[in-house]
Write a protein that binds this ligand. Structure first.
Ligand code: HEM
Ligand SMILES: N/C(=N/c1cccc(CO[C@@H]2CCNC2)c1)c1cccs1
Length: 357
């Protein structure tokens, strides 16, 4: 039937890419394609070997047009969790991923890949702060308000601080999702201080050390891994110029400006820009002092330039989403701003998928 043929064509395209890049010989390739063709005819799908799966996850990162961190695509650690079938086993595997990748601050880029159908993680990121709408305004992260309500409807209760760590919400098939509190041993947080402005700690800001994106789908050779949480390390601006600074997030720029003693009545004093820079200086300083991996946007851009060079040397064109690749502060101070990128989407890749709530 048509689906069988479509699956085979996508499998063939991926396997040929893999065998070419790892330079396996033709006979092995032919054999593997025959094996896959039989499995698809029998079951409508097929199973990747660990090596094929790991290579697919790494190339999916290499193909992620919005990612500035792609230089390190070959060093992604791949945890194969396809044998897992229950929510409790998934939670255990995620606790392991959190601890392994956090590595006491020396962050290891890692992905856990669960079986391609049945498992779904409802969290946007494995570690994220709750958001609550109250009659006295929003507590915590406004971005989390909807998901926090889902967690409360499942029985979870937060302390209502600005930094309540949300539970893992794991669904098998179409069953009722189960929630799991994340153990402290899996959690590393960084308190934000400034290298020279001592009053900065009065803002009482902190953030979690490692970002684990858990709501995207990994597609390899026609197979859709709907639960494949991955982590890297942060680029400082994500926290300092967006999570803390956006008016619809923690909206702290006015408070930062007050700590800096800045006049806020006229835009033309650029008080917001001064507050942004010092907030980003503080984020980078705090992570470094805590021994937690982080990269500034200038270094990240230089690494991306190295990635572009290496890809050209390998005869591959680098594709990208310009508006995502430029950093949110001082974009024109990076080479990225001054060139164009083709925003062509190829697979393997990571894609958005429809939310379950
Ligand atoms: C190792 C350090 C890494 C750094 C510093 C980094 C940096 C970034 C940044 C700053 C963004 C934009 C995020 C935003 O604006 O919200 C991004 C996007 C992205 N990154 Fe990376 N990244 C890293 C590793 C990874 C890894 C390991 C993967 C997957 C295996 C990955 C896949 C992606 C994807 C798919 C996006 C687009 C997300 C979306 O469309 O919402 N990155 N990265
Ligand atoms: N530094 C990172 N930053 C992000 C990478 C991908 C996605 C996100 C969060 O994206 C949200 C959706 C659009 N902006 C916020 C952040 C990484 C997360 C996981 C591996 S590296």
């Amino acid at each position: 039937r048509y689906e069988v043929l479509e699956m085979y064509l996508k499998a063939k395209e991926f396997i040929e890419l893999y065998y070419k890049e790892v330079e396996m010989d033709e006979a092995l390739l032919k054999n593997r394609l025959l094996e896959i063709s039989n499995e698809i005819n029998e079951s409508g799908t097929y199973t990747l070997t660990y090596d094929e799966l790991a290579y697919g996850a790494r190339v999916a990162w290499r193909n992620s047009n919005r990612c500035i961190g792609r230089l390190f695509w070959e060093s992604l650690h791949v945890l194969d969790q396809r044998a897992i079938t229950t929510e409790d086993e998934v939670a255990e595997a995620l606790f392991h991923h959190l601890q392994y990748a956090t590595n006491n601050g020396k962050v290891i880029p890692t992905i856990s890949i669960f079986r391609p159908d049945h498992i779904r993680i409802w969290n946007h990121q494995l570690i994220r702060y709750a958001g609550y709408e109250t009659n006295k305004g929003v507590i915590g992260d406004p971005d989390s308000i909807a998901f926090t309500k889902v967690c409360e409807s499942l029985g979870w209760k937060g302390l209502k601080t600005n930094f309540d760590v949300l539970p893992l919400v794991i669904q098998v098939g179409n069953q009722q999702p189960k929630w799991f509190e994340i153990p402290q041993t899996c959690l590393l947080e960084v308190r934000i201080s400034h290298p020279t402005i001592t009053d900065f700690v009065n803002l009482q800001l902190k953030w979690y050390g490692v970002p684990f994106v858990s709501d995207m789908k990994l597609e390899i050779g026609g197979i859709h891994y709907c639960a494949a949480p991955f982590n890297g390390w942060y680029m400082g601006t994500e926290i300092g110029a967006r999570n803390f600074a956006d008016e619809k997030r923690y909206n702290v720029l006015p408070d930062v400006a007050s700590v800096l003693g800045l006049e806020q009545t006229r835009d033309s004093t650029l008080w917001k820009d001064r507050a942004l820079v010092e907030l980003n200086v503080a984020v980078l300083h705090s992570f470094k002092q805590a021994g937690v991996s982080i990269v500034d946007h200038h270094t990240a851009a230089k690494q991306f330039k190295q990635f572009e060079k290496r890809e050209e040397d390998q005869g591959r064109k680098v594709t990208g989403t310009w508006s995502w690749l430029i950093p949110p502060i001082s974009p024109a101070a990076t080479h990225i701003f001054h060139k164009e990128y083709q925003d062509k989407v190829v697979t393997p890749n990571y894609f958005y998928q429809k939310r379950r709530y």
